[in-house]
Design a protein around this ligand. Structure first.
Ligand SMILES: O=c1nc2n(C[C@H](O)[C@H](O)[C@H](O)CO)c3cc(O)ccc3cc-2c(=O)[nH]1
Ligand SMILES: C[C@H]1O[C@@H](n2cnc3c(N)ncnc32)[C@H](O)[C@@H]1O
Ligand code: SF4
Length: 330
């Protein structure tokens, strides 16, 4: 049993749902010609940030479709807003969030070295799910899910000393061996760069209307086995995260998970909108006798290593306690 389990209070902003990929399990993505396709404006984003700050959040999660620029309509929307690229816009949005007192964590999909370099000083941490090292049917229409490209992004983040979140999407057609392979690869990347702060073991949840609607999600046993293996393979300083809106965390904590990720008091989980986040109080109930502790989007060991920029330094220090967790919030 761990001494305690952590979570982070965040605001989830789905900056754009336009994406060059088309993953078989995803309901988040829209084509630019879809009436529901969108690129959020600063006017839409600002009030949500303010609401999150008032609710005690420390993180803004910018998660979005990958390289919408490859679709001309999207490129035009960006241009109309005065931006040449998504990353240029994200940099602006990160600055706004910092001004409002929230620490950004951006997951924009695959990015190149220069793009990561631009976002690094404006983010407390960044993320990209490896998903899997296997070549799967789920990803045939998703050039950005090519494992080699994802690995490159994770390596660049390491070279740049960005505290990083990655993970596995479990149950999308990969085998047990594939899971072991993926975890071994993440372990090797961390041994080289020491930048992986957490690994998410995310269970695929089938969504109506997608090509994988009828694929079974992973069983509880598979999830337990994956977390056990992850704890075995990953270096001790890499935390294992599971999503408390997608699984009952108690038993996975017995297997080695010690983080519950971001939960938002003011927005839904835009990737799994059918799955409501439990409140912090509900989380405490779910954990029974295990203490719950609030963290920041940058883990304590990366605070100690000084892996943050001057741009976020004051904010990070004002939000953290002596141990690097969230300072008592009342
Ligand atoms: O609410 C969610 N948060 C997701 N998060 C956010 C995450 O829980 C927190 O932002 C991090 O733990 C940083 O505090 C992700 C972050 C990543 O870097 C990569 C993947 C995910 C996936 C999800 C997700 O499906 N739902
Ligand atoms: C941000 C992350 O959300 C995950 N993701 C995308 N679609 C689903 C789904 N149906 N079920 C669970 N996780 C999903 C992917 O792993 C992506 O990288
Ligand atoms: S999971 Fe991400 S990369 Fe895949 S289609 Fe959805 S938004 Fe695009």
């Amino acid at each position: 049993m761990p001494e305690f389990v952590t979570f982070c209070r965040n605001v989830f902003i789905p900056v754009t749902n336009v994406c060059r990929n088309n993953c078989g399990y995803c309901t988040f993505r829209r084509s630019p010609d879809d009436p529901e396709a969108k690129l959020m404006t600063p006017d839409e984003i600002l009030p949500i940030l303010e609401k999150g700050k008032d609710a005690g959040c420390t993180e803004v999660l910018y998660t979005l479709g990958e390289y919408g620029e490859e679709l001309p309509e999207y490129q035009q929307w960006l241009a109309d807003m005065g931006y040449g690229s998504t990353v240029e816009y994200l940099a602006e949005l990160c600055k706004t969030a910092i001004d409002k007192g929230l620490l950004p964590h951006t997951n924009a999909g695959v990015l190149n070295f220069t793009e990561l370099e631009t976002l690094k000083p404006l983010n407390a941490s960044m993320g990209l799910m490896l998903e899997t090292t296997a070549e799967l049917d789920a990803h045939v229409s998703s050039p950005g899910k090519e494992p080699s490209g994802r690995i490159k992004t994770i390596k660049y983040a390491g070279e740049l000393e960005i505290p990083f979140t990655t993970g596995l999407l479990v149950g999308i057609g990969e085998t047990l061996d594939d899971r072991i392979n993926s975890l071994q690869l993440i372990a090797e990347l961390h041994e080289e760069y020491r930048h992986i702060q957490e690994v998410i073991i995310q269970n695929f949840t089938p969504k109506p209307g997608t090509p994988m609607a009828d694929c079974p999600p992973p069983t509880d046993e598979e999830m337990m086995q994956t977390v056990l293996i992850a704890r075995e393979i990953l270096p001790e300083d890499v935390t294992i995260q599971v999503a408390p809106n997608l699984v009952d965390p108690y038993v996975l904590i017995q297997c080695g998970a010690t983080d519950l990720g971001g939960i938002s008091p003011v927005t839904v989980d835009w990737i799994n909108p059918e799955a409501q986040w439990p409140s912090a109080e509900k989380l405490r109930e779910m954990l029974r006798d295990i203490p719950l502790k609030e963290r920041l989007p940058i883990y304590p060991q990366y605070l100690k290593k000084g892996w943050y920029s001057d741009q976020i330094k004051d904010l990070v220090l004002s939000l953290s306690d002596e141990e690097g967790y969230r300072k008592e919030f009342v």
